[in-house]
Ligand binder design. Structure first.
Ligand SMILES: NC(=O)c1ccc[n+]([C@@H]2O[C@H](COP(=O)([O-])OP(=O)(O)OC[C@H]3O[C@@H](n4cnc5c(N)ncnc54)[C@H](O)[C@@H]3O)[C@@H](O)[C@H]2O)c1
Length: 396
């Protein structure tokens, strides 16, 4: 099939490579022309997609990138994979989804299957995409992306894929397309079910992470190791799923998607109390980390050199969106510490560059990438570990 993917970020490029591997002819469309040039030169910006893979698909003419939306016309399948952030009031910002729908309306004259993979609340495909595209008899389906960047076990191929369509013909075509590169397809009765399933999955994670973050604080006050308790509880073969405490939540999904659910809940007059409370607990974790660091270092860190190790939101990825490291650094600075940070994957961030670990008085490990210099961390006089992966030091 001729496949066009609008948005060549984490989701769009991953999807492009998945479809190209299955023998489809893929065009990646993005408004960022620097990114387009970089992709056409065979340079990937996503962990898990190597330059060699990308260059191979380009050489075989199964992938090309373009900033010109006129290439969308003539596609069998058009996938939308654009950002769905929150606005300044923490409400859903669907401007990118609407812009993608408008690109299709303006450029696509021949019928295609249009699939939305961007995460959003139920009703988005129907009311924000299909309703904006008139004059051509397209098929519409929702297939929310579940990619977990940096996860080597679960990828596009083996993660089961949900599909809900506006018509049976749309479902059939979407199943044919995704079935060509995904092992397991699950049809649901409507796009709204697929859309809601995605935001419920991430809300489940957000609420459970908040619960375990609160539990870690209770446990510490009781003088018990929360991680040992979680490990013990996880020996129960049913009815328990282990989540680990940390410095908060980051990335494009967990801090954002639940607010999409809270927004629609509010629209239909149902309170989303768990989501709101979970947000409060997770957003307060950086302050808890700093409180513990102060307690662990004699009550004051004034004038101390503190290095924050790992500023991306999860290990082995370079993504700093919504990372709790930002608040941890700001709060440590408010306490009068001279704070630097170290991250081999991020290197440049917020106008600052990664500094060496060695030489600091204290280290606060927010995210631990494979290969980080543990020996250098241990040269710091005091170490606070938010990851539970460094034995014998203070932490959560
Ligand atoms: N990153 C993840 O782990 C992940 C996982 C599952 C779902 N999602 C969801 O997938 C969607 C995309 O996320 P992402 O992480 O790939 O975002 P991203 O920011 O990495 O990439 C989005 C790309 O879309 C481009 N874009 C924006 N508006 C456009 C337009 N009108 N036309 C063409 N290109 C446009 C941007 O330039 C950017 O390159 C979001 O809804 C997100 O919530 C993300």
């Amino acid at each position: 099939m001729r496949v066009a993917i609008i948005g060549q970020g984490y989701v769009g490029l991953t999807m492009a490579v998945g479809a190209a591997s299955a023998g489809h002819s893929v065009i990646g469309v993005d408004v960022n022309s620097t990114l387009i040039d970089q992709l056409n030169a065979g340079k990937s910006h996503i962990e898990g997609i190597t330059d060699t893979d990308l260059a191979g698909f380009i050489a075989a003419c199964s992938y090309a990138a373009s900033a010109d939306a006129s290439v969308l016309d003539g596609s069998d399948v058009i996938v939308i994979a654009v950002p769905t952030p929150l606005d300044a009031q923490r409400n859903p910002d669907l401007s990118f989804v609407r812009a993608a729908a408008e690109l299709i309306q303006k450029n696509v004259k021949s019928p295609a299957l249009i699939v939305n993979e961007s995460t959003s609340y139920p009703g988005t495909l129907r009311n924000e995409i299909a309703a904006r595209i008139t004059g051509v008899d397209h098929l519409y389906a929702s297939s929310p992306e579940r990619v977990d960047p940096g996860n080597n076990q679960w990828g596009t191929k083996n993660t089961p894929r949900l599909i809900g369509g506006l018509t049976p013909a749309a479902v059939a075509k979407a199943c044919e397309f995704y079935g060509s590169f995904c092992d397991s397809i699950i049809e649901v009765s409507s796009p709204e079910v697929a859309e809601a399933a995605k935001i419920f999955e991430n809300t489940f994670r957000q609420v459970n992470i908040a619960l375990v973050n609160e539990f870690a604080q209770i446990s510490d006050a009781l003088g018990i190791s929360s991680r040992e308790v979680i490990e013990a509880a996880a020996t129960k073969p049913y009815g328990f799923m282990a989540f680990n405490p940390g410095p908060g939540v980051g990335g494009h999904c967990i801090p954002v998607d639940p607010s999409y659910l809270a927004y629609v809940a509010n629209q239909v007059g149902v309170p989303a109390t768990f989501i709101e409370r979970a947000n409060e607990v997770n957003l307060a974790m950086p302050a808890y980390v700093v409180k513990r660091v102060l307690a662990g270092s004699g009550g004051s860190i004034k004038g101390k050199i503190v290095v924050v190790v790992g500023v991306s939101y999860k290990s082995n990825v370079a993504d700093t969106r919504e990372t709790p490291a930002a608040a941890v650094i700001d709060l440590l600075r408010e306490q009068g510490a001279a704070v630097t940070w170290h991250d081999d994957l991020v290197v440049n961030w917020r106008g600052e560059t990664s500094s060496p670990i060695a030489g600091a008085d204290m280290a606060v490990v927010v995210t631990k990438h494979d290969g980080v210099d543990l020996a250098a961390i241990m040269t710091c006089g005091y170490v606070f570990d938010c990851t539970g992966q460094i034995a014998g030091v203070d932490g959560i």
